[in-house]
Design a protein around this ligand. Structure first.
Ligand SMILES: C[S@@+](CC[C@H](N)C(=O)[O-])C[C@H]1O[C@@H](n2cnc3c(N)ncnc32)[C@H](O)[C@@H]1O
Ligand code: SF4
Ligand code: SF4
Length: 333
């Protein structure tokens, strides 16, 4: 770790210790942003939003969906949305489209998160993707349900220069079974086998969604998972709700771009059906898209409070009782 990165990480962790009483929560941002210059970019994006400018100062990260299909049906994800998701776009991203996205990523982008609305381990060239991102000088971060992390798939991923492997889980065996349909003991075996083979640079973390069905269990997370992973991160559940509530948020100013298997680009990471699309990289160079009229119009509409339908139903920040971040010394139930 370079001295500048050490200072940045220590700063993030100190702030998270104060705000969340848990330094691990700083990893949400640190895993995507290592470069001190990009903290300035993020600050400028916030200023642009506060100054009501329909413009983004710069981009620091990308989220990319290699597969729009899944072997699981977690209740808050494919389990709830299968009818709408199954024909929404091609199941797999073409290798050529993937290369185009990575090659055209805006100058400041330092990390590419491989995830989206599907299971990345289903892509036959996942290992090549991680290596391609690293060769282009960016960090590859990945989200997976971990159930396919075995045999050749696990061995191939373990030999790549992956920066972070995020495993999406529930707090304990009962909730893993109930909400994700996953056998916790098997999953732990997969994680342990990956840990034994992975490159030293790869961090292994847990990613958990806080939802009304598991809030009571969050207190036991560190006991259940301690020793097997480097950190635990938690995020509030996102979903669609019927009681429409007009909101305006600064997500489109966050400096993050999301790409889907069909090449659509969106500035919101919750945009499951690309309703906030600002263009398609299969049809137009990315530089034209991010400087184009469509993005500008979207930002102008946000500033006027004229948000797309998706935002009317967005409940990313409002699931009843869900904590935004997990405290390390969460009171036991
Ligand atoms: C959609 S999954 C895709 C990658 C992979 N299949 C996995 O489970 O990690 C990416 C992340 O979104 C989370 N997620 C799924 N449904 C969600 C929801 N309704 N609200 C918030 N996060 C959700 C998952 O738990 C996972 O950590
Ligand atoms: S959270 Fe991940 S594993 Fe679960 S259904 Fe969604 S994409 Fe599949
Ligand atoms: S869908 Fe939600 S998170 Fe995304 S831009 Fe709209 S309000 Fe913000």
């Amino acid at each position: 770790m370079r001295p500048s990165e050490w200072i940045l990480r220590t700063g993030f962790r100190s702030a998270a210790r104060i705000f969340y009483r848990n330094a691990d929560q700083a990893d949400w941002i640190y895993e995507k942003v290592h470069r001190p210059g990009n903290v300035f970019v993020l600050g400028m994006n916030v200023l642009y939003y506060l100054a009501r400018r329909p413009k983004v100062y710069g981009f620091v990260s990308v989220v990319l969906e290699p597969v729009s299909a899944c072997n699981l049906r977690c209740v808050y994800c494919w389990g709830e949305l299968e009818e709408r998701l199954k024909d929404a776009r091609p199941k797999q991203m073409d290798w050529e489209l993937f290369q185009k996205i990575v090659d055209q990523a805006p100058k400041g982008v330092e990390s590419i998160t491989i995830g989206g609305q599907g299971e990345p381990l289903l892509h036959p060239r996942l290992g090549d993707m991680v290596e391609y991102v690293a060769k282009r000088g960016m960090r590859a971060i990945m989200y997976t349900n971990g159930t396919l992390l075995s045999g050749e798939r696990m061995e191939r991923l373990a030999e790549t220069p992956l920066s972070v492997l995020n495993l999406s889980v529930e707090p304990d065996a009962e909730t893993c079974r109930e909400f994700r349909g996953v056998d916790l003991a098997q999953l732990k075996e997969n994680i342990a086998a990956f840990r034994a083979r992975k490159q030293p640079m790869t961090d292994v973390k847990l990613s958990m969604v806080a939802h009304p069905g598991n809030l009571e269990k969050l207190g036991g997370v560190y006991d259940e998972w301690g020793g097997l992973v480097d950190a635990v991160k938690i995020s509030p559940q996102f979903g669609l709700r019927e009681d429409a509530r007009r909101v305006s948020c600064m997500e489109p100013w966050r400096g993050n771009l999301n790409f889907y298997t069909n090449g659509e680009v969106s500035p919101c990471c919750c945009d499951w059906f690309t309703e906030l699309s600002i263009g398609n990289v299969a049809e137009q160079p990315l530089d034209e898209i991010v400087h184009g009229e469509r993005y500008k119009r979207l930002l102008e509409n946000f500033l006027r409070g004229e948000v797309p339908n998706l935002c009317l139903y967005c409940r990313e920040f409002t699931v009843e009782g869900a904590p935004l971040r997990l405290r390390k010394r969460w009171p036991k139930p």
